[in-house]
Ligand binder design. Structure first.
Ligand code: GLN
Ligand code: ZN
Length: 764
């Protein structure tokens, strides 16, 4: 039984890639050093996997920024705006590559970056390929060949991982009207063929094509593109071993299509889609191998061998040993690198260490599973030890807080409903808040200066006492309140200075959530995140934000808005326990936030914002599954939002997402006010709300917080007029697109000054 891996994290065990890239971007190191660090990481990953016993080690899974961008670069799909860099022979190739990823503002050039978006339902972001009607493709970069050759020099004949031609096109966007990107397949395929010709000449005998779109709803045209593509590839390479990799879901209705494609190995994700195995056992043609994705590439729990082996044995008994391979469910890109690196100072509770498995450990699990299934009885000790850990986790008092489960079971429909419908609440809120038309507010965070970050680090390391830290933060809050008053904002915020991150801050204070010392995962480019680990029943020990918010409110007669992160967003940006449905965990989070909402209200806070920027990204890959997700996600939000009186105003905030197809659910959340990011789309995103006759109040962002640019108030007035053309003025708020923590104080002050001017203009 063969083992293989679909992809390995490329950031390096200590984020070496991030560090060297950022040094390069700031001019502190040369490009040769960047390339060298890349080589070191690849080498280490390959050797580790080889030594662990993986039969087919992946290559081309490494990337300096993003693997989708790598493909655009590989195929020469380089938008013409980068020509000035492309044609400049003095610049290293990687400058062009990074310019596409990050934009280029140097040497008198100002080139915007390519668009970035979420990789399916993960928190990884890829660079969206741009296609034009007469898009040409050609083999532009030699990276794929170089990497294969580099591994071969180390004595490892790797399996090259490529995004399949259909998924690559589907991941992109048409940049002009009048064609469909799938029409380009005829021009793209010859470049794949050219690349594969070179690879096979170098001795490649296996290639993996990732086609995750096979786990989504497919149109007829898309299905035909799959059939055409793999027929052509097979015709060109009758003897090449082709692995077709699907993941993040189940093949469902695409099972017959996937089984009909002339490949050697079909890989399926049996963690996300265990139910697809039966259909595949009966439908897979006799000359195909099934690669079983059995080790979870999206989560960090140690594999339960007893359970997995049952599946493995079943596949073996029905398909035969020769026809099955063992693998992780998907690329390990979405896992931290190595649990052994947690070390002495890890904040993880000791008991948890034995329950977890990061990328390196998962590679070993794949090998062990293949061995265990082959040698009946011989590895009883390994199996017994694994079973003991699984049992220990299952029964651990760390996980189970009976009162939390009981509270979730006792939830009633009334708990998720405000006392009165919005029109009634609105009257009471207006009477209490006495806000002008076009009320102004911000999304919560203010600049996180290096000093503020330093204080937090010093608190952690003990250099600052809790009391000293508190007074520094309080001084910062007071400063923020004063200048919001001076600027003339209507609903103030305390500035979130005490928060490292909007999820981590709450995670650190909640029972049932742990943190790692080194559990970094790539989010995009050099940006890595350390997701919290929700390992047990979640509950709130004590108020988490009340003291800071109440302090801010005590400084001013103006209204200060309390800021919370919503349950769906905390869930979405964490590693979530896999021993109960996500909805159950989400309800536990919701109840914890609900208690905080209640306490804020009792402390006199009249406006409370519950951020849910990640609500949309939790949507399942298939439409058929949307309704049930949206139902529990919206209920969770409402549970958090509903314990308050009618005259307490609940806000929510969402950003960087499309709203059209979930507008009904957004309305169902029934927040009194929603603030959204819209300025980059010139208010077009508001149309979803207008067309739906969205009944509650809305604050469409009037300026982009990602840019240091300060727009003049006239620009914001124009946007507000545009908003007002589709939304009645008594429903409109005025605010930036998102939080301001990445901006400087000066930019923030100037931009908010213009924003307040714009609101005044609209009122008059
Ligand atoms: N309240 C958060 C902030 O202002 C919201 C951030 C977000 O939407 N991602 O930073
Ligand atoms: Zn936001």
């Amino acid at each position: 039984m063969r083992t293989h891996n679909l992809g390995y994290p490329r950031i390096g065990g200590h984020r070496e890639l991030k560090k060297v890239c950022e040094q390069y971007w700031s001019g502190k190191t040369g490009h040769k050093n960047v390339l060298q660090v890349g080589r070191n990481i690849r080498r280490e990953n390959w050797l580790m996997q080889k030594n662990a016993g993986i039969d087919l080690v992946p290559c081309n899974d490494f990337s300096f920024y993003d693997h989708v961008l790598d493909h655009s670069f590989l195929f020469g799909a380089i938008p013409p705006r980068y020509n000035s860099i492309l044609l400049n022979n003095d610049k290293p190739e990687i400058d062009l590559y990074f310019a596409m990823a990050r934009g280029y503002q140097k040497d008198g050039l100002d080139l915007p970056a390519m668009e970035m978006t979420k990789w399916f339902d993960t928190n990884y972001h890829y660079i969206v390929p741009e296609f034009t009607k007469d898009q040409q493709f050609s083999l532009f970069s030699t990276k794929v060949i170089d990497d294969f050759y580099e591994a071969r020099e180390l004595g490892i004949v790797t399996k090259t991982v490529l995004i399949g031609p259909v998924s690559y096109l589907l991941l992109g966007k048409e940049k002009e009207a009048g064609f469909s990107r799938l029409d380009l397949i005829g021009r793209l395929l010859p470049v794949y063929v050219e690349l594969l010709t070179k690879l096979t000449a170098l001795g490649a005998d296996w290639v993996q094509f990732d086609e995750p779109f096979l786990c989504m709803d497919l149109s007829n045209e898309e299905q035909e593109a799959f059939a055409f593509t793999y027929r052509e590839l097979r015709r060109s390479f009758p003897r090449l071993g082709i692995i077709l990799a699907t993941y993040f879901g189940s093949l469902e209705a695409n099972t017959p299509l996937a089984c009909s494609l002339p490949v050697n190995v079909l890989h399926v994700d049996l963690v996300r889609g265990p139910q697809q195995l039966e259909g595949l056992i009966s439908e897979l043609p006799a000359d195909r191998i099934l690669s079983l994705g059995l080790v979870d590439g999206r989560n960090i729990w140690r594999n339960d061998f007893t359970r997995t082996l049952a599946t493995l044995q079943h596949a073996r008994n029905t398909l035969g040993t020769q026809r099955i391979w063992v693998a992780p469910s998907c690329s390990l890109l979405h896992c931290p690198c190595d649990l052994d690196e947690e070390g002495e100072n890890s904040p993880l509770p000791a008991a948890l260490l034995s329950w977890l498995s990061f990328a390196k450990q998962k590679v070993s699990e794949v090998v062990t599973l293949a061995r265990l299934s082959g040698e009946a009885g011989q590895n009883a000790a390994v199996l017994a030890q694994n079973a003991a850990i699984a049992l220990e986790r299952k029964q651990s008092p760390l996980i189970h807080k009976p009162e939390v489960g009981a509270r979730v079971r006792a939830i009633t429909a009334a708990d998720a409903r405000r006392q009165s419908p919005f029109p009634v609440r609105r009257i009471k809120q207006r009477a209490r808040l006495k806000l002008p038309a076009y009320p102004t507010t911000t999304i919560g965070s203010f600049p996180q200066t290096p000093e503020v970050r330093r204080w937090r680090a010093q608190l952690k390391s003990g250099v600052l006492s809790a009391a000293a830290y508190e007074s520094l933060i309080k001084a910062e809050i007071e400063k923020a309140i004063r200048w919001q008053e001076e600027l003339g904002l209507d609903v103030l915020v305390h500035g979130e200075f005490e928060r490292n991150d909007m999820v981590e801050y709450f995670g650190e204070q909640l029972e049932g959530i742990a943190f790692t010392a080194n559990g970094w995962v790539q989010s995009y480019g050099s940006r890595c995140v350390k997701p919290p680990v929700i390992f047990g029943d979640v509950s709130r020990k004590m108020p988490m934000t009340v003291a800071w918010t109440a302090f801010a409110q005590s400084l001013t007669p103006k209204i200060v808005k309390g800021m919370l992160t919503g349950p769906v967003t905390i869930l979405q940006w964490s590693f979530v326990r896999d021993d109960q449905p996500r909805s159950e965990t989400c309800f536990q989070l919701a109840l914890a936030i609900r208690d905080e909402v209640k306490d804020l209200e009792e402390a006199g806070i009249a406006v409370i914002q519950i951020d849910e920027p990640a609500l949309r990204e939790g949507l399942p890959l298939r439409h058929a599954d949307w309704r049930s997700y949206l139902e529990w996600a919206v209920t969770a939000f409402r549970l958090a939002a509903s314990p308050v009186a009618d005259d307490t105003q609940i806000h929510t905030h969402m950003c960087y997402a499309e709203f059209n197809d979930i507008i009904e659910s957004i309305a169902d959340m029934d927040a009194d006010v929603i603030t959204i990011e819209t300025s980059r789309s010139q208010m077009d995103l508001l149309d979803a709300f207008a067309n739906f006759n969205y009944p509650n109040e809305i604050g469409p962002g009037v300026y982009d917080i990602h840019s240091p640019r300060v727009p003049a108030h006239q620009e914001m007035v124009d946007l507000l007029k545009k908003a007002n053309a589709v939304i009645p003025e008594d429903q409109l708020w005025v605010n930036p697109d998102c939080g301001l923590k990445t901006r400087s104080w000066e930019e923030t002050r100037n931009a908010l000054h213009e924003m307040v001017e714009a609101a005044r203009y609209m009122r008059s």
